[in-house]
Design a protein around this ligand. Structure first.
Ligand code: NDP
Ligand code: DGY
Length: 339
């Protein structure tokens, strides 16, 4: 009989995924069965000798974790499409160069992730956040509750709508395109996008125009950040960027908090440099309840819920489990991140 592969699951995950792992009967599963992140010391202890690691975006998987795991670690499967929490360079270093490539599945450390299955949910949430921020929904609800609603007044609680607007998307990837597709029927006049390079195929449906970041900032009525976080995108939405935006523009970020310089964003919002911001992601997460951004009426902050529908999270957990199993078996993964 084949020896069971030791697997560490770093959080309580939807049962559907856990069932896939247990039913495969190839894993000896250890789980941090909590809604709280696994403490670092516990992660370092429990990962020792693991063949597989099913982790979350809140687990930093770096050299220390790889060292703690030891030489048996074959697969890291993250329950996310974002992989900025994984130290890919260190992971790659464990991958003997002559064994690189898909033909050598099962050798070295392989990485699985969850693209596509969360695109619709995240795009939907991004649109909801954009509308809530542009049309000031949280503030308006608050006014109803606190007696600020005295009468219907022509200039009270006015915001910004999408009709005839220019929308700029930073990162026209899977989610960026899905956001654009959903916004188009609202009457958007023009789509702009920026990224590492022009993507005519991705841009065709929206007839989106590839522009430098400066131009996107200057001409957009709504700026939406949907790029991945990497060394080139870290902090790109900073003082210079906000200074170029229109005073009437709305800024939305559903990618990763570190793409934005939050001190600069705070200043831009307080000084009226931009009209409003909606953030699903921040640094840190959770954002401390006394954070200055939380004092601003023109800043709507959500607790990183882009992919949070029951169906999507179930599907993500099943995909993450199947990625892990495929990695352990040396088979092609449903969604492998090619290093
Ligand atoms: P994709 O890989 O499809 O898209 C990533 C985009 O980032 C691409 O358009 C890419 O542009 C762009 N990008 C990468 N590097 C740069 C750069 N240096 N400058 C500008 N743009 C850059 O990923 P997804 O659309 O599936 O996901 C995007 C991100 O959204 C994830 O990485 C994750 O961080 C975040 N996310 C957040 C969620 C939430 O709950 N809020 C849920 C799901 C994802 P190019 O083509 O030019 O390289
Ligand atoms: C991701 O997958 O990267 C999100 O941030 C959470 O779904």
């Amino acid at each position: 009989m084949q020896q069971l592969r030791k697997v560490l699951v770093t959080r309580r995950i939807p049962l559907a995924g856990l069932r896939v792992l247990s039913q495969a009967a190839v894993c000896d599963i250890k789980q941090w069965n909590s809604d709280e992140p696994i403490p670092r010391a516990e992660l370092l202890k429990e990962v020792t000798g693991a063949h597989g690691l099913l982790c979350l975006l809140s687990d930093k998987v770096d050299k220390e974790v790889l060292d703690a795991a030891g030489p048996d670690l074959k697969v890291i499967s993250t329950l996310s499409v974002g992989f900025d929490h994984l130290a890919l360079e260190d992971i790659k270093r464990r991958f003997p160069s002559k064994l690189c490539g898909e033909g050598n599945a099962g050798r070295g450390i392989r990485v699985g992730y969850t693209p596509d299955v969360l695109t619709d949910a995240t795009a939907e949430l991004s649109v909801a956040l954009l509308l809530a921020t542009g049309r000031r929904l949280p503030e308006a609800v608050q006014e109803v509750k606190n007696g600020g609603w005295k009468t219907w007044a022509p200039e009270w609680m006015c915001g910004y709508g999408l009709s005839e607007s220019t929308v700029g998307i930073i990162g026209l990837g899977r989610i960026g395109q899905a956001i654009g597709r959903r916004l188009k029927p609202f009457g958007v006049r023009r789509f702009l996008y920026s990224g590492r390079q022009s993507r005519p195929e991705s841009a065709a449906e929206l007839q989106a125009e590839y522009v430098p970041l400066d131009k996107l900032a200057e001409e957009s009525d709504f700026v939406i950040v949907s790029c991945s976080l990497n060394p080139e995108t870290a902090g790109i939405c900073n003082k210079d960027f906000f200074r170029k935006m229109k005073k009437t523009s709305v800024f939305i970020n559903t990618s990763r908090g570190a793409v934005v310089n939050q001190e600069d964003l705070y200043q831009a919002l307080v000084s009226g440099q931009i009209a409003a911001a909606g953030l699903d992601v921040t640094v840190p997460e959770p954002l401390p309840v006394d954070h200055p951004l939380l004092t601003l009426k023109n800043c709507v902050i959500l607790p990183h819920i882009g992919s949070a529908t029951y169906a999507t999270r179930n599907t993500m957990s099943v995909l993450a489990a199947n990625n892990l199993l495929a990695g352990l078996r040396g088979e092609p993964m449903p969604s492998e991140l090619h290093l």
